[in-house]
Design a protein. Structure first.
Length: 396
């Protein structure tokens, strides 16, 4: 996933933790402190991550600590400290007690829904979660006013702002769970253990439907001219040398330019992405180095009912570009459901090695034989099965 350079993330680690009876952000869950789970969820989105706390124990995570400017003022004070420090327009604010939060949930429900609103926060339809949210720098005066008036209710501050409330689908709502007590922690542990078997069963089933697309008859758009764009274009042209592709980017990798020069059906357009680039397209691939642009491409493509692939972001993809083995007219596609490109690569290398180079001759011979068979479709299938059964029947 590409990082967003214009987003800063702040994790609020303050609070008395009276109900937990120990420093909440450092409580272990699945072998790691709560706050480490939150940090890991944020890292693919931005490298600008800060911990709002003065507790030196948090230095173990290698991030800068920001002591509250106004101590003991709760989330209102923590958000004020974050916004006062920030130099970016958009700022992710998360509490430290949401150990099931994920990169996918943050990207899907917050980043993808950033707008002109002052605050973008998530909700399960009943409860709102203003500490899983994005706050604009423009919110700062409201929080400063709340501190001056000693009005420390976060809800009161938010009600004065233009908010974008995003409903999280039921299947993703576990990520919103904030843990305040040992009892709540035990409940979470029990729930995740109980569902583990079911989750693994679902993960083991690849429900993708493979199709072979005539990309030389379609219009394909690739947005992004860097290393990833080069990889996507190379992959497509290796499999389909006559693919009709336009690559839109503000800059182009020199190797991508060289590759495009060898394929007259590839067009390079040097410009920033715009929704108008999607006109008359069939497939869209977003692979810029800007996460927000990639998510906007996804959103725009969906609005036009176009199939879209966003590089390194499986939850934003309608299709994956899997491993491919080609031997003449024989083509085999390999998918790991977006989980492990390396595995797909190794399987591809194995198949390339074991499938004989002359298999194309076999295919051509069988095609010629099929044309000589008389009778209806059922009879043709029967005879083709008989003549090819020796290819798979094991010798005793």
């Amino acid at each position: 996933m590409s990082m967003a350079s214009n987003i800063t993330a702040y994790i609020l680690c303050g609070g008395a933790s009276k109900r937990m009876q120990e420093e909440k952000g450092l409580v272990l869950y699945k072998g790691q402190p709560f706050v480490k789970h939150v940090i890991d969820a944020l890292h693919p989105i931005t490298s600008n991550i800060y911990l709002v706390t003065s507790n030196e124990a948090y230095r173990q995570f290698g991030l800068e600590l920001l002591p509250d400017i106004y101590s003991n003022k709760g989330p209102v004070g923590g958000i004020y400290t974050a916004l006062k420090h920030s130099s970016t327009a958009n700022n992710l604010i998360l509490s430290c007690d949401i150990p099931e939060v994920s990169t996918e949930v943050i990207s899907k429900y917050i980043i993808a829904n950033l707008s002109e609103a002052d605050v973008t926060y998530v909700s399960n339809g009943t409860d709102n979660f203003p500490l899983i949210a994005a706050y604009s720098k423009t919110c700062l005066p409201i929080f400063e006013k709340a501190l001056v008036q000693d009005n420390l209710k976060l809800r009161s501050a938010i009600e004065q702002l233009n908010c974008n409330r995003v409903i999280v689908e039921e299947e993703d709502q576990l990520a919103l769970r904030n843990i305040n007590t040992k009892e709540e922690l035990q409940t979470l542990i029990n729930e995740t253990q109980d569902t583990m078997g079911t989750k693994l069963q679902i993960m083991e089933t690849n429900e993708l439907y493979p199709i072979f697309v005539k990309v030389h008859q379609l219009d394909v758009l690739i947005v992004g001219g860097g290393n990833v764009g080069l990889e996507k274009l190379s992959f497509m042209l290796k499999s389909s040398p006559r693919a009709k592709v336009e690559v839109v980017s503000k800059t182009f990798h020199e190797d991508l330019v060289a590759l495009a020069s060898k394929h007259p059906t590839v067009k390079l357009t040097q410009k920033a992405y715009d929704i108008s680039d999607l006109e008359n397209r069939h497939l869209v691939i977003g692979c810029t180095d800007n996460l927000e642009v990639n998510l906007q491409i996804n959103k725009d493509a969906k609005s036009k009912q176009l199939l879209v692939n966003i590089a390194d972001t499986p939850d934003q993809c309608d299709f994956y570009l899997g491993g491919i083995v080609t031997k003449g007219n024989v083509k085999i596609a390999i998918s790991t459901n977006g989980k492990s490109p390396t595995t797909a690569k190794r399987i591809r290398q194995f198949l390339e090695d074991v499938i004989p180079e002359d298999i194309n001759q076999l295919v051509n011979n069988l095609n010629a034989y099929r044309k000589t068979i008389k009778g209806d479709f059922e009879e043709k299938v029967k005879q083709m099965n008989q003549i090819t059964s020796g290819l798979v029947n094991k010798k005793e």
